[in-house]
Design a protein around this ligand. Structure first.
Ligand code: DX5
Ligand code: ZN
Length: 213
């Protein structure tokens, strides 16, 4: 599988968002990751559909909305309308499997791709009932909430286990940099999210090269 890089705009300079996106595109990134946080599901507040809509106008590359929120069902339609191409739901946001399944069906009915995500502390076995309905699995390799945290190697065997039984995209999010990337790819991931490593780099093309090396 081709390795793809999706910078999280969480660490971009929001005063110059249009420039940041242009520079990232010129560096050869494959899409943009939007970290949606509500201050309840995670202890941080970030952006909503309005920012997604803004980014939509700035790029044609795929946008994935990573919903770290309570009651994600209330916002699926808004993010679809705001131009997200893929909407990722946390397993931990749902108290019943049926509700998660219905939400995935709703995303599909809006002609968007579906993602399911688990926190570092959640067993990958819990993903299994939903794999057939998901275009992508997203593994958190930090506890969600903030960029700039250290990669948690505990996620590696979970990625390996799911890669054995799953043919879709596997994305990894948290603490990805030139040192941690190799093990993540070896474990079977094919899409890398990066916030602080990418947007902290002076030269975005060099950052992409380092990750793909
Ligand atoms: C964490 C977010 C990540 C995070 C990644 O809650 O989901 O996307 O911003 O940041 P880095 O790459 O700095 O670990
Ligand atoms: Zn994320």
């Amino acid at each position: 599988m081709k390795i793809q890089i999706a910078p999280s705009i969480l660490s971009a300079d929001f005063g110059h968002l249009a420039d940041e996106i242009k520079r990232a595109e010129a560096a050869g990134v494959d899409g943009f990751h939007l970290d949606i946080m509500d201050g309840h599901f995670v202890p941080n507040l970030t952006m909503g559909p309005m920012v997604c809509q803004t980014v939509r106008k700035l790029t044609k590359l795929p946008l994935d909305a990573h919903l770290m929120i309570d009651n994600p069902d209330l916002y699926i339609d808004s993010f679809a309308k705001a131009g997200a191409d893929l909407i990722t739901l946390h397993l931990e946001s749902y108290h019943s499997g049926d509700k998660l399944s219905s939400a995935l069906k709703r995303i599909k009915s809006l002609n968007k791709k579906t993602g399911i995500c688990i926190n570092p502390g959640t067993s990958e076995k819990k993903l299994e009932p939903f794999l057939a309905e998901a275009d992508e699995v997203l593994f958190m390799s930090v506890n969600p909430g903030f960029s700039g945290q250290s990669f948690m190697p505990e996620v590696l065997p979970k990625i390996t286990a799911i890669r054995k039984i799953y043919k879709g995209d596997i994305r990894v999010d948290g603490g990805i940099n030139d040192k941690t990337v190799k093990q993540v790819i070896e474990a079977g991931a094919n899409i890398l999210v990066t916030a602080s490593y990418f947007f902290g780099a002076k030269d975005y093309s060099a950052a992409v090269q380092q990750l793909l090396r």
